[in-house]
Ligand binder design. Sequence first.
Ligand SMILES: Cc1ncc(COP(=O)(O)O)c(C=O)c1O
Length: 403
Amino acid sequence: MRERDEQEVASDLTRCAHAGEGRLPSATEPLAPPVWQTAAYAYPDLETLDAIYEGRERGFIYGRYGLPNHAQLEQALADLEGTEAALVTASGMSAISALLFALLSPGDRVIASELVYRGTRNLLDLDLARFGVVVDYVDATDLAAVEAALRRPGQPARMLYVDVLTNPTLLVHDVPALAELAHRHGTLLVVDSTFVTPYHCRPAQLGADLVVHSTTKFIAGHHDVSGGAVLGRSELVEPVRQQAIRIGGIGGPFDAWLILRGLRTLPLRMSQSSRNALALAAWLAEHPAVERVSYPGLPGHRQHDLARRLLANGYGSMLAFEVPGGRTAVARLVRALRLIRFAETLGGVTTTIVHPASTSHRSVDPATRAALGIGDGLLRLSAGIEATEDVVHDLERGLASLA
Ligand SMILES: Cc1ncc(COP(=O)(O)O)c(C=O)c1O
């Protein structure tokens, strides 16, 4: 209840309905940002409403359009990625859907990496295709293949879409070279940077037109919230924001608050988890029970030189390794683990492991999966911030179960 009305209220019905309104008098301010847990803002008058709608004054309106906790997170992410604008959404997929539906029209052609995040691929194949968008999949680590797809006669490509690192095989996309190629053909480059975060790579500084994140992962970092983000120039981000508002893709204020809270420790967490990933990858590469390791920080990775040029502060916290014996071996290994959790996510403070053939690539036929490098014995690991030796010890226990 606003202070001036206090005396006029006679009934508890009214008192209860208006409980907690107004500001508390305080000469001090909260040290941490509050959660603005409101679904709407009240206008003081009709003139202010007009001024806000006409852009003459700034003001929050309604939860689905974004609230102060979203604006704070957007500011923080734009600062980190070095972009003019940012939009935060309810999940990585709501960010990606809003982006694709906002910027593509029937007849448009998209060139996407054949190893684009599986949820993005499903959206392109099952939904965008129904609206007349044509998608060409290429091995986007092969610049000649990308160039050939860009040059294909007929419809020029509206968008080239890649992840910085492929899931789950940890191949590296050469963002500056792809930006140069895309722009030569008047094509937008969209980069999913979830696996690396701005701690390791800032794709917008390397030529990407739009950057997307599942902030559910390293940015929030604690396995306790879902979120997404789209970053880039205002002229591209604003239509995506309007699309996200129309499809109801903006999350709740507490989610944005949790993500901002997680973001504060991003460099500390990424520093420790990428150190762990490097140590684990090097250790796994020497282990007799391991057939193959993919980690861009290992000199044996076929794109190690590119990874050195592209990534700063290490090589990320994601790695993949393959054990002989397929599903049976994987089942034994994950059952033996005590510390590392077998879970379908990544990017948290605790180390997690997943079996892509049973999860992201479950619906892909085995021959196609094998051609993409996703065999039945492949495991993808997301390093957490635990002590390295404890994680090594747990993996040793898992691998010993295969003997
Ligand atoms: C690279 C990548 N992009 C996007 C997404 C989708 O994010 P969300 O699960 O937050 O919708 C994921 C989820 O695993 C991901 O790994």
